[in-house]
Design a protein around this ligand. Structure first.
Ligand SMILES: [Zn+2]
Length: 241
């Protein structure tokens, strides 16, 4: 029985692009494969945030070992590289897409990373959805929400949700704060837009009864070895790393 449901945070799955100033958000394909295989071997089932939300809010310890798998920004490699691996091991996951950047590149990170990478286009995201994975929202333009006035805040949060729902013909109930930036006003806007849940970049493993609009995550980064990955999942090792 467990009252913990770790939510793992990934970005890109693939090689570090040439010229990148930071490597942490790029988890290699082989490392990812080994992580997903380890989860399955140890009896974990990877779930979407929609499924995790239902379990976390029910609040009763689970008999089954669950962990939620999340991918921020909607990188193309989430579909071309990660999706086959997820399917092979029977896991599900949530990918948070930026509605006005679909099929483009993550230029918002270029100042930090020195490079940009391709984001999934509409066809790739449909493939993701058709495989039983979840599409979550990550605003219209990856704006830093705490800096926006109320009207622009609603447009980024609610507008991003409606754009994804209209384009893909489904309900989008899960949100992720770009840059992790949130405060009480932003959280209120996410709730008002109709989202059931939202993830932050606060480090830690989610526990039953967690605030559904402030769900912390376990950061899985390029430099983590498989043992560190396991410690982060099973212990409090990841609360500070
Ligand atoms: Zn992001």
């Amino acid at each position: 029985m467990s009252d913990i449901l770790p939510v793992l945070m990934y970005h890109s799955i693939g090689p570090i692009p040439a010229g990148s100033r930071r490597r942490s958000i790029f988890v290699g394909e082989r490392a990812f494969e080994r992580q997903m295989a380890l989860l399955a071997r140890r009896g974990y089932r990877g779930v979407t945030m929609d499924e995790a939300h239902a379990v976390l809010q029910r609040g009763a310890p689970t008999r089954e070992k669950l962990c939620a798998l999340t991918f921020d920004d909607g990188f193309l490699d989430n579909v071309t590289v990660a999706l086959p691996i997820l399917r092979r091991h029977g896991h599900r996951a949530t990918c948070y897409a930026v509605s006005e950047r679909i099929g483009q590149r993550n230029r918002w990170s270029e100042d930090v990373l020195g490079v940009s990478s391709p984001l999934a286009d509409e066809g790739a995201l449909r493939e993701w959805i058709d495989a039983g994975m979840e599409l979550g929202a990550h605003t219209r333009t990856h704006a830093r929400l705490t800096t926006l006035d109320d009207a622009r805040l609603e447009d980024e949060v609610g507008g991003g949700k409606r754009a994804l729902e209209d384009r893909f013909g489904l309900r989008v109930s899960q949100f992720c704060y770009p840059w992790g930036a949130h405060d009480d006003r932003v959280v209120d806007a996410v709730r008002a837009a109709g989202f059931a849940g939202a993830t932050t970049i606060e480090r830690g493993r989610a526990r039953m009864g967690v605030d559904p609009l402030r769900v912390p995550r376990v950061h899985v980064l390029n430099q983590h070895h498989l043992l560190q990955f396991w410690l982060k999942l099973e212990t409090r090792y990841g609360d500070r790393r």
